[in-house]
Design a protein around this ligand. Structure first.
Ligand code: SF4
Ligand code: ZN
Length: 262
């Protein structure tokens, strides 16, 4: 996942996963004097939720001596998740928020001159997403995700998920034992019914059949290895609005901004 001289943009939300990731990356980085870390944080504009997390993220960066860049949806997209949640739109606030966050992290990572983006997805997140893709009828997405994402066209910064095979409950344990202060409030817009059902199902399976989550992760890795050979990536052009690479006329974020403005 990492090279000795990487400049890693760690996506830091202030939650237990990303704080754990930042601490581990800082420990690793101490052994590689030519590497750098910058924490990149995104302010989605969610009252009473993001403020707490951003303060925790700021404290952690100060304690660890890590540089931090905060970007906001307001400055990048001219709107906030709270504002989007008030509109009558086809998709859930999370659908918009997720696409905007991805773009915001990419932008922030480019702004600090990073060579890679590290995100704190854990084992539970990964296997939930595998099942979600299957239930959405889009198994090819499995091939387009994974612990290391390198765009062979070189248009996007590589993304890595160093915690992808660590169960969520072990991360919680680590965060408690290490004495981290992490975000306690849940996002008021965060209700993704299908993912919640999958989370419950996988947790039940893990209790009844320990190892289920690891087995699913390994199965997805095998599928990915087989599918990635046959999947053709589309050509990329510049988005006519923002200039970012996209296979369409508009990138996903700009298409969503148009739908919001309509
Ligand atoms: Fe955004 Fe949904 Fe996460 Fe809330 S739960 S921060 S709306 S993606
Ligand atoms: Zn665009």
């Amino acid at each position: 996942m990492l090279e000795y001289n990487d400049h890693i943009a760690v996506a830091l939300s202030g939650g237990k996963d990303s704080l754990t990731l930042l601490h581990l990356m800082v420990k690793l980085e101490e052994r590689f004097p030519r590497s750098h870390i910058t924490a990149v944080c995104v302010d989605e504009g969610i009252d009473g939720y993001r403020d707490e997390a951003l303060n925790l993220a700021k404290d952690a960066c100060t304690k660890l001596g890590v540089k931090q860049l905060v970007v906001s949806y307001r400055e990048l997209f001219g709107t906030t998740t709270d504002e989007i949640a008030k509109l009558k739109l086809d998709q859930t606030p999370c659908a918009y928020c997720g696409v905007f966050r991805r773009k915001a992290i990419n932008k922030a990572a480019e702004m600090v001159g990073a060579t890679k983006i590290a995100t704190a997805h854990n084992l539970d997140d990964e296997v939930q997403t595998v099942l979600l893709n299957m239930l959405h009828g889009d198994p090819t997405r499995i091939a387009r995700s994974g612990p290391v994402l390198k765009d062979p066209r070189g248009k996007f910064l590589p993304r890595i998920k160093p915690l992808c095979d660590i169960p969520e409950n072990e991360i919680v344990f680590y965060a408690y034992l290490a004495g981290f202060e992490f975000q306690s409030v849940a996002c008021p817009h965060g209700y993704e019914a299908l993912r919640n059902d999958i989370r419950g199902f996988l947790n039940q399976m893990e209790v009844k059949h320990p190892g289920t989550k690891f087995t699913l992760l390994r199965s997805a890795e095998r599928l990915r290895a087989q599918m990635s050979e046959s999947i053709q990536l589309p050509d990329l052009h510049e988005c006519v609005q923002c200039g970012d690479p996209t296979p369409h006329e508009l990138c996903e974020a700009c298409a969503m901004l148009e739908a919001i403005a309509a």
